[in-house]
Design a protein around this ligand. Sequence first.
Ligand SMILES: [Zn+2]
Length: 318
Amino acid sequence: MNGTLAVGVDLGGTQVRAALVDDAGTVIRRAATMTDTQGGPEAVIGQIAGLVDAVLADEERASVVGVGVAAPGPLDDERGLALAIPTLRGFVDLPLVAMLAERLRLTVKLGNDGLAAVLGEWRFGAGRGFSNLVYITVSTGLGGGVVADGRLLRGRRGMACHVGHMTVVADGALCACGNRGCWEAHASGTAFAQEARRRAAGAASSALSAHGERIDAGLVFEAARQGDALASAIVAEEADMLGLGIVNLLHLYSPERVVIGGGVSNGFDLLHPGIVARVVRTAMPPFRDVPIVRAELAGNSGLVGAAALVLPGSAAAC
Ligand SMILES: [Zn+2]
């Protein structure tokens, strides 16, 4: 174990997770609980405090530089505010950093979850050593982050790179943000599973049809691996839609690598050929050879990245 420690907290709409992380990005201990989405800020802050206590022994407190918190946006990470987190009741203009710092008696920093995850992969995962990087996480939603010219791209209030809300289909599917046709509405894990449920309902020949409303991304990948035609077609469409968004990101940011994380990356081997096919078909020729790789920190990109928000070395990066 290295000398400097930090706690990373990933505050999600389903789970709150915390991990004790050393300055090599190694997860030493982790804990998680279901987010009390309806309990209001005090309840959630109580949950975070409980998780921090669970991963941090008393004798380790002196070695901890602080607590980094990754949360869905929009946030104001300069002022430490949750501006309006749609999935958590009462998280509107909430001084989350001040409330947590008072409760935990530790330094607290807040960051958008996409930004934290790209920081984790850049410092400790598949993006190590690159100055230009695009990271996307494909799970319940679709988020991401960008490293450009050796710096984390932050934008005003740290709100850059809400990549899931770029429009990919004019007047397309309704997105959680209220608009239609967002990349998230067409390619997130939620959209992928919904499409599979819809199509399986009328397809008795597919192994998926027996699972009805229980169909999730994992089941679709499993069926595709066993050669199920419907599952394979839906995976191919998902890969193509991911590739379409990635072509936009290649043209915008000219990364050396594109890193894909989140739950849907469990099917990375199945998705990769279709993503590459779309890139080779529609990206301008000089962008076509950019490697598209799977995240290395697996489910921990956001947690380790949250810790990296407070670990030494990240201040210059941000
Ligand atoms: Zn949207």
